[in-house]
Design a protein around this ligand. Structure first.
Ligand code: ADP
Ligand code: MG
Length: 325
């Protein structure tokens, strides 16, 4: 229908105008080919119009399955933010073309497609990635019929549901890190869907691998966002520090019982009145961690940094103590 409504024109002012609404001629052609080849039988209204992508509802070729089609926007401006996620990542060590926003946007869609594959393979609820064509990603639709599942932000959870959702979310973060080798890097109530008491992880185009130089900084933000949201739902969360180390520690023999132990500790803090002191310590942890480099090799002149007496200097000093000269 979209293809019929907007006749393809190759040049002219109107084309540029349509870039804002995503459906530029190139995109229309891709959608048209997907209709023709039977990947989908119809494409319907927009589920969401975002800064970087629009998401549409569609039906599979035989109309048996509901699909979500994520169309990444191709305008250059939207890519400034993305750069910091791609720079420094091993998977993109051969670089990408900044000048060519078309290529860049394709890369972004590819990244989301691959990350979704890893996440669904690990058994974390998320949309199943089905098809990728340039900057158009087709995945399974999370919702009931034509109705998309609400974002966690818009879902109304009872305190009990919120508690179990928190526990699930913490487990998913750990599995993502340990099994998928991914930090979500934009995790919050905006990028989690809630359906039938289940959380679904979405929007993983920006997710990075642990070796990305900023992965721990991103992870800490994820931990903080998740904790902040669930605190507002009257869940007593772990500290950011506890959550952070629960996610990254690869020496935990039984992660479920470790998590139970941590959660028992939280209830204990509420009882013995140490919660406030621990919250203050957590603030300090976040400050230090935000500046902590992943390894000393990231720093050109270690001595100078330590002597600078900055937050980074303190963090580096902590890292180097115990090392003999
Ligand atoms: P962005 O935030 O980059 O615009 P998202 O991947 O977060 O893109 O998708 C935007 C919105 O589209 C989501 O908040 C959600 O409401 C909806 N959405 C995305 N993927 C799906 C899906 N597979 N099923 C149902 N709704 C989806
Ligand atoms: Mg999103």
């Amino acid at each position: 229908r979209i293809v019929q409504k907007s006749r393809i024109r190759v040049k002219g002012r109107e084309d540029r105008a349509t870039t804002d609404h995503v459906l530029d001629p190139r995109t229309r052609l891709i959608l048209f080919k997907m209709l023709k080849s039977g990947i989908m039988s119809e494409i319907n209204g927009c589920v969401s119009t975002g800064k970087e992508a629009n998401v549409y509802h569609a039906l599979s070729g035989d109309s048996s399955q509901h699909l979500a089609i994520k169309v990444f926007k191709t305008s250059v401006l939207d890519f400034r933010d993305r750069e910091r996620y791609i720079t420094g990542e091993y998977r993109f060590r051969h670089g990408y073309s900044k000048k060519n926003s078309g290529k860049m946007v394709k890369l972004w869609a590819e990244k989301e497609f691959r990350n979704l594959k890893r996440i669904s393979m690990a058994g974390i609820p998320c949309p199943t990635p089905l098809h990728l064509r340039q900057h158009v990603l087709t995945m399974s639709f999370i919702g009931e019929g034509y109705e998309a599942a609400p974002r966690l932000k818009d879902a109304e959870l009872t305190p009990e549901q919120a508690y179990y959702a928190y526990v699930d979310c913490v487990k998913y973060m750990r599995i993502m890190y340990q099994e998928c080798q991914l930090v979500h890097a934009d995790l919050s109530e905006y990028n989690l869907l809630y359906l039938n008491e289940k959380l679904y992880v979405i929007d993983v185009g920006q997710s990075v691998q642990p070796e990305h130089p900023s992965s721990h900084e991103f992870l800490m933000m994820d931990c903080k966002n998740v904790n902040d949201y669930f605190s507002r739902q009257s869940v007593e969360p772990l500290t950011v520090k506890e959550l952070f180390y629960f996610v990254i520690d690869d020496r935990i023999p039984n992660s479920d019982s470790r998590l139970e132990e941590l959660l028992r500790g939280v209830s204990q803090r509420v009882v013995d009145g140490s919660a406030e002191r621990i919250a203050r310590e957590d603030e300090d942890f976040m400050k230090t961690q935000a500046f902590a480099p992943r390894s000393l090799f990231e720093i050109e002149d270690v001595d100078a940094v330590i002597q600078s007496n900055s937050a980074l200097g303190n963090a580096v000093q902590l890292m180097t103590c115990g090392l003999s000269a």
